[in-house]
Design a protein. Structure first.
Length: 114
């Protein structure tokens, strides 16, 4: 069975994957701030389909986006965000497709850009 392909022409977005750092304020509140850039890479942005929202048991409009990138070992869903076109997304899960072909980063839009 052939491996699924990830064509360079499909990767039409430029994204940055950033590690967030935690710090405690004087009042005990945890503050997240941008840390080092883990990767600058090309990605394909795929909006979540309506059927996927209904299958997940949600009746609300989804702010979920999937970014497909080439396979990397340094990407996880632990305190990492995606920044592209001035928008910020929190990585909720990372799913591999193929055998080390690529990753689907399931992200949720952050902040006032919702």
């Amino acid at each position: 069975m052939p491996q699924p392909a990830l064509n360079a022409g499909d990767l039409d977005r430029s994204i940055r994957i950033i590690q967030q750092t935690k710090a405690k304020a004087g009042n005990g509140q945890v503050i997240l701030s941008d840390g080092p850039t883990i990767a600058r890479t090309r990605a394909r942005r795929m909006e979540q389909r309506i059927s996927e929202v209904f299958n997940a048991g949600s009746d609300q409009t989804s702010n979920t986006t999937i970014f497909r990138i080439r396979w990397r070992r340094d990407v996880s869903n632990v305190n990492q965000i995606v920044v592209t076109d001035g928008q910020r997304f929190e990585i909720k899960s990372v799913m591999e497709f193929g055998r080390r072909v690529g990753l689907d980063l399931v992200c949720e839009r952050l902040g006032a850009n919702v």
